[in-house]
Design a protein around this ligand. Structure first.
Ligand SMILES: Cc1cc2nc3c(=O)[nH]c(=O)nc-3n(C[C@H](O)[C@H](O)[C@H](O)COP(=O)(O)O)c2cc1C
Length: 271
């Protein structure tokens, strides 16, 4: 099995596909995986395969596939984090099978996708992803989008992660067994590559916070940066599990002082 950190390093958003349909085997494997997905919040997420051509779904940034996967969840507290966690597990699984994905929360005909998902009043569909096999060459639009979002770069480790309080940066060589799980968080995808996750290590507890930017909250999609945090929790938990740290999810704000614009999301206790 490929290690989660290697998968996190290998994954990138794929917007240019080679035109081949998903094989029956890959489709069935993704379906079974989606049906088995759980998340630490215990809020069910339901997934549907969609066909952009048959269902007239517009997603102008994607070329070379008609296959999409949409997800929806009840609109309750923490639904965005739960959604982010669940769909990212599927994204990593797809990547391990050579299947390309891209989180799409903005650049699509949202109304058409929501109708195809049969979204109910009390439900939300934060994002969808295309599914298919990556093309050998990226479309010009995709290369330009990647440059615009500086999609190949990430913030340095010591600007994202802290020890004891937010004044003390955690250097990579001080992180010990937490290095790989935190590095895995650092590499995660986020809306417009904004990387809003911050983590504070206090003894055996790792507290996750969201550093909010403007423009990521809407009635239709919810808070896309909370989705980003759900993705970060997924990367942390999977990698910490592989490293033998037995991460235990904890939802209890420690009430520690934090910079303006930061809000508590969740914690993990490690062995
Ligand atoms: C919650 C979320 C929403 C996103 N929405 C879009 C989108 O609407 N359109 C798009 O082309 N990419 C979207 N992305 C992809 C990001 O732009 C991409 O993950 C980021 O630039 C980093 O690039 P990478 O995924 O190749 O590492 C989204 C990513 C996340 C996590």
């Amino acid at each position: 099995m490929v290690k989660i950190l290697e998968l996190a390093r290998a994954r990138r958003s794929v917007r240019s596909f080679d035109g081949r349909e998903l094989t029956e085997e890959d489709r069935a494997a993704l379906r079974a995986f989606a049906d088995s997905l759980e998340n630490p919040y215990g809020i069910p997420v339901s997934f549907r395969f969609l066909d952009a051509r048959q269902q007239s779904l517009g997603c102008p940034v994607v070329v070379g596939t008609d296959c999409f996967l949409g997800g929806k969840i009840e609109r309750v507290p923490h639904c965005e984090e739960a959604f982010g966690y669940a769909l990212e597990k599927l994204v990593l699984y797809a990547c391990s099978r050579g299947i390309g994905t891209t989180w799409i929360g903005g650049t699509m005909d949202r109304g058409a996708f929501e109708r195809a998902m049969a979204l109910e009043e009390n439900e939300i569909m934060p994002c969808v992803t295309p599914l298919g096999y990556p093309a050998a060459k990226m479309s010009l639009r995709e290369s330009m989008m990647r440059k615009g979002a500086r999609a190949d770069s990430r913030e340095p480790f010591e600007t994202l992660f802290f020890r004891d309080d937010f004044l003390c940066a955690l250097q990579p060589d001080e992180a010990g067994l937490l290095y790989e799980p935190l590095e895995c968080v650092r590499l995660a995808p986020s809306a417009v590559n904004r990387q809003p996750w911050r983590a504070l290590v206090c003894g055996k507890l790792v507290h996750f916070y969201k550093k909010a930017s403007k423009g990521f909250v809407s009635a239709a999609a919810g808070d896309l940066q909370k989705v980003d945090l759900g993705i970060a929790l997924c990367h942390f938990e999977l990698c910490a599990g592989e490293c033998g740290l037995a991460p235990r999810f904890v939802l209890k704000d420690p009430g520690l002082p934090c910079p303006d614009g930061f809000s508590y999301i969740a914690s993990y206790e490690i062995a």
